[in-house]
Design a protein around this ligand. Structure first.
Ligand code: 5AD
Ligand code: SF4
Length: 476
């Protein structure tokens, strides 16, 4: 069913991914990690694997053979948390067979619930928040001595800058690079500022070095990650003043310039942009470098300015549409995607219609769509009533999804008959006779295999499509 597929195709609530990697020390101990939620969590799990590898843990894909099981979790919507609880209950059964197995919870749910899952619900042995991963080997040792292992301290400066992530479950072609952690925006519906703490930027030198290293190891695409990449700043205050000592100052546009210069064959992507902070300098640098992909994920959340104000998003419908115009002015073919929340507190039918009319104006190529899920402690939970009935939220969400499916299909149909620069990611999931890779606008393309291998760039002539994929052939 299309609706379910769209909801589940969101990588932020997708299936957990398991990992497999050799450790530095040979202790024979095994670590199993499952990641849920946003790309940042998947990226963090690679940092966790690196830290645990130094402590002698080799990763495995088989949970039952692991000495330590870690679930890197998401708290953004209630259903994300429910899935993790179910999974933890399964591990409780596994622990009856193997009582020595250490089960730990990481990430946003760990930070939100703190010791609750350990002390009250007794579902885990270990709890580590997003800024406590360096402490994981100690926490595992504490569990071994029968102590309660909890570290949910948030930091103002932890960026794990010098830790080389262990690339897990990787296609060897594309990799994530974290550039900021935390978020200072306080959107009223969002739990992230509470679970990931204050925003901080990572040293640009370590970012560029990581990109160089990845390129040298054969990677051909990096995605710069942050909750709000546009507010990346190194030695620049929030007000735009230079911070002493006067080392190099770098903003997001300048950082992208540096990463793009690593090698013209290294594609650069980024996520997530914030409409209030995405200014023309970012678009100019994108237009300047052929290897910065023409694709922007620009979450709108709602098409109504009053709802946006209650969401504390910091922009109006008009400002948002002005940013869309600016994107199209700089890059007429740029792919644009968004996030939409249906049924936020007090949303009227007219306000919901405003979201649909905005979608009709922008015609997004892709969208992640959700209905509002109240999160404890957030501004909205404290200030507004969650008063749209769940059936109504679902009805509005269905209307949004229905419209988006039509727009995605129309957008892909327009791409038929045109050629696309595609970076080959590997064999298609359905057939080893076919390969797949994305065009610059981030649309997945599938085509019959010729003599090219993953990591090669090819020109693909699109001949057909679904709402999610272009189907074509390599144009020699
Ligand atoms: N309910 C529903 N969706 C939410 N998001 C964030 N918080 C909530 C919530 N409480 C969505 C937003 C955000 C995306 C990552 O998740 O659309 O951009
Ligand atoms: Fe949440 Fe808003 Fe920060 Fe995104 S920008 S993580 S929606 S508070």
């Amino acid at each position: 069913m299309q609706e379910t597929k769209e909801l589940l195709s969101d990588d932020r609530q997708g299936e957990p991914v398991m990992m497999d990697q050799q450790s530095d020390l040979q202790t024979g101990k095994k670590l199993y990690v499952e990641s849920y939620g946003c790309q940042m969590n998947f990226s963090d799990s690679e940092i966790v694997a690196s830290i645990m590898s130094k402590a002698g843990y080799e990763t495995t894909r088989i949970a039952r053979e692991a000495d330590v099981v870690l679930l890197n979790t998401c708290a953004i919507r209630d259903n994300a948390e429910q899935r993790v609880r179910n999974r933890l209950s399964q591990f409780q059964i596994e622990k009856k067979r193997n009582p020595k197995m250490v089960v730990g919870i990481l990430g946003c749910m760990a930070e939100r619930l703190k010791a609750q899952l350990l002390e009250e619900e007794k579902l885990v042995d270990l709890v580590a928040g997003p800024d406590a991963y360096r402490d994981l080997p100690n926490l595992v040792t504490e569990v071994g001595t029968g102590q309660k292992a909890v570290n949910v301290l948030l930091s103002r400066d932890e960026t794990y800058a010098e830790i080389t992530p262990v690339r897990l479950d990787s296609n060897g072609v594309s990799a994530f690079i974290s550039i900021t952690r935390g978020c200072d925006n306080m959107c009223s519906f969002c739990v992230v500022p509470f679970t990931r703490g204050r925003e901080r930027s990572r040293d640009p030198k370590s970012i560029v070095a990581e990109a160089h290293d990845l390129f040298d190891r054969g990677y051909r695409e990096v995605t710069l990650l942050g909750q709000n990449v546009d507010s990346y700043r190194w030695n620049i205050s929030k007000k735009g003043e230079v911070i002493e000592p006067k080392d190099e100052t770098v903003n997001f546009a300048q950082l992208m310039d540096k990463v793009a210069l690593v090698n013209p064959l290294l594609r650069v992507r980024f996520s997530t942009s914030h409409p209030k902070d995405m200014l023309d300098d970012v678009l100019e640098v994108m237009a300047k470098h052929k290897n910065i992909c023409e694709y922007i994920h620009l979450p709108v959340q709602s098409g109504n300015s009053d709802v946006l104000s209650k969401m504390n998003r910091g922009y109006t419908r008009e400002w948002y549409l002005n940013r869309i115009d600016a994107i199209r002015k700089h890059m007429p073919a740029c792919g644009i995607s968004t996030d939409i929340i249906s049924g936020f507190c007090g949303e009227t039918e007219e306000q919901h219609q405003d979201t649909l009319t905005l979608m009709n104006e922008v015609k997004y190529d892709f969208a992640y769509m959700f209905y509002y899920s109240e999160r404890p402690k957030t501004l909205a939970a404290r200030k507004y009533e969650d008063d749209v009935p769940v059936e109504e939220k679902k009805r509005r969400l269905s209307a949004v999804i229905h419209l988006q499916n039509a727009h995605s299909l129309a957008s892909n149909k327009k791409a038929i008959g045109k050629t696309h620069d595609v970076l080959i990611e590997g064999d298609s999931k359905r057939s080893s006779e076919m390969q797949c890779g994305r065009n610059t606008q981030n649309v997945m393309c599938v085509f019959p295999k010729l003599a090219y291998k993953k990591g090669d760039y090819v020109t693909v002539l699109a001949k057909d499509c679904t709402s999610a994929t272009l189907i074509g052939e390599i144009a020699e």
